[in-house]
Ligand binder design. Structure first.
Ligand code: ADP
Ligand code: MG
Length: 612
């Protein structure tokens, strides 16, 4: 029983006042300054603009102005533009089905005007001068401007303080606004965009001759170098854009752009289709980067399912999923499974059974801790060797062979029970270390194993010293940063320091790594900084940093770990094996994959039909 309702006298049914209806609609459409920017940009592009300027004050909270050189609004229609359900874009249900414009609900301006001060200044090509309308008073006055439209929004949520409270810092809101412009810029390479914040130009994309060019302008040459272009017609879809190579994957899904018929969408089905194309080449939580433009017959997709039109619904979602997956797979030209034929043998852990006869998949099904423990027990390997907490200083040169570790003995030494992982024989495919131990052949995924070791070292040094030992860079490593990255670096300076990182702003769109963990001296500092910032941006409040610490360390470890295709000497390989034996939980990498596997002599014998 609802106490509040029952205690009150019943009220008669009434129609809601227009203003309130708009405010409710605003709740769906206007969440933050970036939502306003998105709606105003939609309108500008619908009006045929070729040049759009966005001016923001205090992250867009105090003010947003979007200027365009589009068709303009005739003076007599200005009051209508502000009315709810007033639009020039659809007139019938049939048109709704095949709508080719961005906006069509006719409520954005009314909704925004209900939660902020709004004015429109507009001039058509025919008009002698511009006309300005103030939404609150409805007053019109002549104004000066070239043909086109300026919509100005001030003091968002001024009259709804409860909602204003939900806004984040100006820097965060600015980042979201820029992101909104970036999405439009990607979709419309033929249009020039500029973003000003508090009087400073913070982002600018000039009209580009091709979508390729715009992609490069927006994401930078690094993205282009680390991605493959794609342009195919597959089933019901035409897909073009770029997909990042697996190595370019990030800790977060923050660089995944999908457009359907020119509109940015967030769609689980499509995202899953792309992700599944990376199945064999991306591990665990790593997120691919991509910008894909999908064109599909408008009759096969419903864009009218969400107030902000950010979600879509497909008539045949399976077909779309498959087509997208295959298009991306082809673009990546996935190196299919290797060629070593290993018969499924009972002695191997369950996940080591090849998924298909005659193939050996690098990524088997999930390797559960229980299976690992059982397998290990069968080999009489200690599950958690006591770890000597290694000092960060030692970790500084992970590939330096320490005196105790350097042992390249073989033969009888392979039976040494102190060295359960045996001794290195060779490196295979730039990825695996082959070693011989008492049971036969040991295969180690060198990156996964090293990652685990670095992770455990970082964890140990954070636990004992409260902060990871940091090492200043002789020359700070500068990189082009997004507004969000800059905001995150500023907001989380303390957390970063704890993680051994010092990242400061060098300019309005540049960050510099000044110091990084000593334990990660070998890796790419900029890469590391970007991943950690992406992670921190997600984690948010600094209290949460404590809780997400291990995840952050895992991200860092992945960057510090030796990359595939690095040639290792036998001594280096043996040093890694010894490190693995000394490190807790070294049997799985941070993504839960095994770091090594055993192929027993018996299994090898069976492979060659040799009876023992
Ligand atoms: P919708 O975009 O769904 O039609 P809006 O409330 O966003 O609804 O806009 C209402 C109308 O105002 C549009 O249909 C369009 O005719 C006009 N309009 C809004 N912004 C502009 C602009 N920048 N240039 C030209 N016309 C505009
Ligand atoms: Mg609109």
């Amino acid at each position: 029983m609802n106490a509040v309702l029952s205690a009150r006298a019943r009220r008669p049914i009434r129609e809601l006042p227009d203003e309130l209806v708009s405010q409710i609609a605003a709740g769906e459409v206007v969440e933050r300054p970036a939502s306003v920017v998105r709606e105003l940009l939609d309108n500008a592009l619908d009006a045929g603009a070729t040049l759009v300027t966005v001016r923001l004050a205090a992250g867009g909270v105090r003010g947003i102005a979007v200027e365009d050189d589009g068709a303009g609004i005739p003076p007599d229609e200005l009051p209508l533009a502000l009315k709810r359900h007033a639009t020039s874009k659809i007139a019938s249900l049939a048109e709704l089905e095949s709508v080719g414009t961005m906006g069509f609900r006719g409520e954005a301006l009314a909704a925004i005007a209900s939660v902020a001060e709004l004015s429109i200044t507009s001039r058509t090509r025919e008009a002698a001068h511009a006309q300005r309308i103030d939404a609150a008073s409805g007053e019109m006055s002549p104004a000066a401007r070239a043909p086109g439209t300026t919509v100005e929004v001030r003091e968002l949520f001024f009259s709804t303080p409860a909602r204003r409270k939900f806004l984040k810092t100006d820097a965060t809101e600015l980042a979201h606004c820029i992101e909104a412009v970036r999405r439009h810029a990607l979709a419309r390479p033929d249009v020039s965009f500029a973003v000003w914040h508090d009087g400073r130009l913070v982002e600018q994309w000039r009209a580009a001759e091709s979508a390729e060019r715009r992609l490069a302008d927006v994401f930078g040459p690094e993205f282009v170098a680390a991605s493959r272009a794609l342009e195919v017609a597959r089933g019901p879809l035409a897909v073009r854009g770029r997909v990042g190579v697996p190595d370019a994957a990030r800790a977060r899904a923050d660089q995944q752009y999908l457009f359907v018929n020119g509109r940015f969408v967030r769609d689980r089905l499509l995202a899953h289709g792309v992700r599944s194309a990376y199945e064999d080449v991306l591990h665990g939580g790593r997120q691919p980067v991509y910008a894909l433009f999908i064109d599909i017959d408008p009759a096969r997709v419903d864009v009218n399912v969400h107030p902000t039109k950010i979600e879509v619904r497909f008539r045949d979602s399976r077909e779309v999923h498959q087509a997208l997956r295959h298009a991306v797979e082809d673009a990546l030209a996935l190196p299919r499974a290797g060629t070593i034929a290993v018969a499924p043998a009972s002695g191997l852990p369950p996940s080591a059974s090849p998924a298909a006869p005659g193939t050996w998949h690098r990524d088997g099904p999930a390797w559960t801790p229980a299976a690992a423990a059982a397998w290990q027990a069968s080999l009489a390997l200690p599950t958690s060797t006591a770890t000597t907490p290694l000092q960060a200083a030692e970790a500084a040169a992970p590939w330096q062979v320490s005196a105790t570790a350097a042992s390249s003995g073989r033969g009888t030494a392979a039976r040494d029970t102190d060295h359960p992982l045996g001794f290195a024989i060779a490196q295979l495919g730039g990825v695996y270390i082959l070693a011989e131990n008492a049971h036969g052949l040991v295969i180690v995924d060198m990156h996964a194993a090293h990652e685990r070791i670095v992770y455990e070292r970082l964890k140990a040094s954070l636990d004992t010293a409260q902060a990871i030992e940091s090492q200043p860079l002789l020359i700070p490593a500068a990189f082009a940063a997004t507004a969000e990255e800059i905001a995150t670096a500023e907001a989380h300076a303390d957390a970063l320091a704890q993680l051994g990182l010092e990242i400061g702003a060098l300019g309005p769109a540049t960050l510099a790594v000044r110091a990084r963990p000593a334990a990660l001296a070998g890796g790419d500092a900029v890469d590391l900084a970007r991943s950690v910032l992406a992670e921190l941006a997600q984690v948010g409040a600094s209290r949460a940093v404590d809780r997400a610490r291990h995840e952050l360390l895992a991200t860092m470890a992945c960057h510090g770990a030796v990359r595939a295709h690095r040639r290792l000497t036998v001594d280096e390989m043996n040093a890694l094996l010894r490190d693995m034996e000394r490190t807790e939980r070294a049997d799985q990498c941070n993504h839960g994959r095994p770091t090594w596997r055993q192929v027993t002599l018996k299994e090898l014998d069976a492979l060659f039909l040799r009876g023992r």
